[in-house]
Ligand binder design. Structure first.
Ligand code: ADP
Ligand code: F6P
Length: 323
């Protein structure tokens, strides 16, 4: 019987558990065992983990986070770390590996693949910045959590005629901010890909009141040049001239901790099954993602190190809707 490994790496994302479950159960249907590696690449280097039975992945489809644990592991970026991981894989007689994670994790998967080890990646990050998948595991859940917060802030903002700023995750990508801003009816959206100055923010928030609105909400990505901290400091320093202050809420890791939505459970299940299907076809060194509504594979070498661009039409639409 063949044994394959599965690990979750980088930022956890709601739906990772549903993906692990799908990998385990579809593997078992092919007569393969699955070794669940603990704590991402850190556990791969130390050889931490165990074989997962079908019962061990029962009742996890609705849980956020990852039962395997995740990690950021600088050692895996070194030749020494990679060699140690390969030794542990051979020791445990693991013949192929499924890596569930984001951009960095897939760079790690490619590094292993380049050393001749059969690897398949699964697109999973709340940032939705991976090329090779239109949408990644966790995005829908994170977006819904952000939206709930924005909706609540809008209520209190309207009661007090106050300007609010919400910072959402997105180290390098403005996807979450853009989508949360559009769906939450924000007056301004600021993302890393397009520079927005503090004066642009002030102008948009002021315009909101001039248009007769009771609230003014700005949604800012954490990776934007002026994040929540910078904007609050600017507004404090220029309060007299600007005429109003700004209350900021940083959602941070709250967005990653929720239970996966129906969409994420289905996406994660399909991509997890797709990863095993790729291994059955002996297709390695690829990322499994959702492209035009279908589970598809793309060579890791074609996606690693790239950032999915935001849709300029959506950004332009947001500018039209904020009046
Ligand atoms: P994410 O996968 O969510 O983008 P990170 O960027 O932190 O998260 O990457 C997760 C882990 O993947 C890193 O801690 C490291 O162990 C591994 N990794 C990232 N880049 C590389 C690389 N170039 N080579 C090997 N491993 C890498
Ligand atoms: O998962 C990616 C991400 O959500 C980024 O948007 C964010 O910068 C990062 O994780 C923060 O992760 P942590 O604080 O857990 O390292």
């Amino acid at each position: 019987m063949k044994t394959i490994g599965v690990l979750t790496s980088g930022g956890d994302a709601p739906g990772m558990n549903a993906c692990i479950r799908a990998v385990v159960r579809t593997s078992l249907s092919h007569g393969w065992n699955v070794f669940g590696v603990r704590h991402g690449y850190a556990g791969l280097i130390t050889g931490e983990g165990a074989i997962l039975s079908s019962r061990e992945v029962s009742g996890i489809i609705q849980q956020g986070g990852t039962i395997l644990g995740s990690a950021r592991c600088p050692e895996f970026k070194t030749q020494d770390g990679l060699q140690k991981a390969l030794r542990k894989l051979h020791q445990h007689q693991i013949e192929a590996l499924v890596v569930i994670g984001g951009n960095g994790s897939q760079a790690g998967a490619l590094a292993l693949a380049r050393m001749g080890f059969p690897v398949v990646g699964v697109a999973s990050t709340i940032d939705n910045d991976l090329v090779g998948s239109d949408i990644t595991i966790g995005v829908d859940s994170a977006l819904n959590i952000a939206l709930e917060a924005i909706d609540r802030l809008k209520v209190t903002a309207s009661s007090h005629q106050r300007a609010f700023l919400v910072e959402v995750m997105g180290r390098d990508s403005g996807y979450l901010a853009l989508m949360a801003g559009i769906a939450g009816g924000a007056e301004l959206i600021s993302i890393p890909e397009i520079e927005t100055t503090p004066e642009d923010v002030a102008q948009a928030l002021r315009a909101s009141y001039e248009h007769g609105k009771a609230h003014a909400i700005a949604v800012v990505a954490e990776g934007a040049r002026y994040n929540a901290e910078a904007l609050v400091a600017y507004f404090r320093d220029h309060q007299e001239r600007l005429g109003f202050d700004l209350r900021a809420t940083t959602l941070g890791h709250v967005q990653r901790g929720g239970s996966p939505t129906a969409y994420d459970r289905l996406l994660a299940t399909r991509l997890g099954a797709g990863a095993v299907a790729a291994l059955v076809r002996e297709e390695h060194g690829v990322l499994v993602g959702m492209v035009h509504g279908r589970v598809q594979t793309t060579p890791l070498a074609d996606i690693v190190g790239k950032l999915k661009p935001i849709d300029p039409e959506l950004f332009a639409l947001a500018q039209v809707l904020d009046r």
